[in-house]
Design a protein around this ligand. Structure first.
Ligand code: ZN
Length: 181
């Protein structure tokens, strides 16, 4: 299990409340968290910051306590099919997850962007972003890397059909939803 970052809508299913305790939902799984993302929220929690509210103690810490967390660095690779692309900004160490298969690449983009308009306007950062400027830097860098390639983008908050391609258009980019037709 990969968590692109440790916000509630990307970690809520990590744990379930059982007999009054938050425990891993999947007892046999390893959960992959970026080491510095985890450390940042641990520090925020320690100083009583809210947000992230209960996300750290309820949905992240129990995974580590159960020995099921894999705390990894930027260069982590599960094998030659799953790797990370660091895209910090939305959260301290947000990562996109690359999936390579049969010569194709797809990218689970997490919350690198929330709306396709952010391809036209990469500098428009979402309100909850941890570091709005860094978020924009990560978007531009990522878009430039995948623009005009056949890399499939999976931005989790986009409406159906969700998956699409990035096209360059001058200094901006376009998001082209991929439809079955
Ligand atoms: Zn988020």
């Amino acid at each position: 299990m990969f968590c692109t970052h440790l916000h509630i809508d990307h970690t809520g299913w990590n744990t379930v409340l059982r007999d009054g305790r938050w425990v891993p939902t999947f007892p046999n799984a390893k959960y992959v968290f970026h080491k510095k993302e985890y450390a940042a929220w641990e520090a925020e929690h320690a100083r009583g910051a809210n947000p992230p509210g209960t996300v750290f103690p309820n949905n992240c810490l129990p995974i580590v306590e159960a020995g099921q967390a894999l705390l990894v660095d930027d260069d982590y690779a599960l094998d030659d099919t799953i790797t990370l692309t660091p895209t910090p900004g939305h959260s301290p160490c947000h990562c996109c997850v690359n999936i390579f298969s049969r010569g194709q690449r797809a990218v689970v983009a997490g919350d690198l962007m929330h709306h396709a308009i952010q391809c036209r306007e990469p500098d428009w950062s979402a309100k909850p972003d941890w570091d709005a400027k860094q978020s924009a830097v990560s978007r531009r860098k990522f878009f430039a890397e995948v623009a005009d390639t056949d890399t499939l983008i999976l931005p989790v908050h986009f409406p159906a059909p969700t998956v699409g391609l990035i096209k360059a258009d001058g200094s901006a980019f376009d998001y082209r939803f991929k439809r079955d037709d």
